[in-house]
Ligand binder design. Structure first.
Ligand SMILES: [Zn+2]
Length: 142
C-alpha cells in the first residue's frame, strides 16, 4: 500500500505548486483563497504533510520558506490511478474504464487516440480476465 497517497485537500496544494514554483505558503493560500477559504494555518498544515510525504521540497529564502514539487504531476496522477485500480478485482477494471469514458467528455482527437490504443491492445489481449482476489473479498470466483 502507498504510504504517500495524496488527500483531496493535498491535491489542491500540489496543483498550485506544480503550476507555480518555487512558491511560499502565503502565495499558495492566496491562490486558493476563493476556492477553498482555508486559513493560512490550514494551508501550512497541508504543506507540512506534503513535505513529510516527500512530495514537496522546502527552501529558506530570507525569512520565508519556499516550496517546490519533488514529484511530477504525471507521476502523481499515474500513481493514484494505479492505487485505485489495485483496490479492485481484475475483472472490474474494464467496466470501470467504461464508466470513466461514459461520464467524462473527451475531444475527437483524444477519442481517436484511444481507438488506436484499443486496437493495439486487442492484438495481445487475453480472452478472459481472471480474478486473483483474496477469497472472501470478491464474489466473482466461479
Ligand atoms: Zn475478484
Amino acid at each position: 500500500m502507498q504510504e504517500n497517497q495524496i488527500s483531496p485537500s493535498e491535491w489542491e496544494i500540489m496543483r498550485v505548486v506544480w503550476t507555480n514554483h518555487p512558491i511560499s505558503s502565503r502565495e499558495i493560500n492566496d491562490i486558493l483563497k476563493e476556492k477553498k477559504e482555508w486559513k493560512l494555518t490550514t494551508t501550512k498544515t497541508l504543506i507540512g504533510r506534503l513535505v513529510k510525504k516527500g512530495m514537496l521540497s522546502t527552501e529558506k529564502q530570507g525569512r520565508k520558506f519556499e516550496y517546490s514539487p519533488l514529484v511530477t504531476e504525471k507521476e502523481s496522477i499515474d500513481e493514484s490511478i494505479d492505487d485505485l485500480l489495485d483496490q479492485m478485482c481484475n475483472t472490474k477494471v474494464g467496466r470501470s474504464i467504461e464508466t470513466i469514458l461514459e461520464k467524462r467528455t473527451l475531444s475527437k482527437t483524444e477519442l481517436e487516440q484511444l481507438s488506436e490504443l484499443i486496437k493495439k491492445k486487442k492484438e495481445t489481449a487475453p480472452n478472459k480476465i481472471y480474478c486473483t482476489c483474496t477469497p472472501g473479498q470478491c464474489g466473482c470466483v466461479v
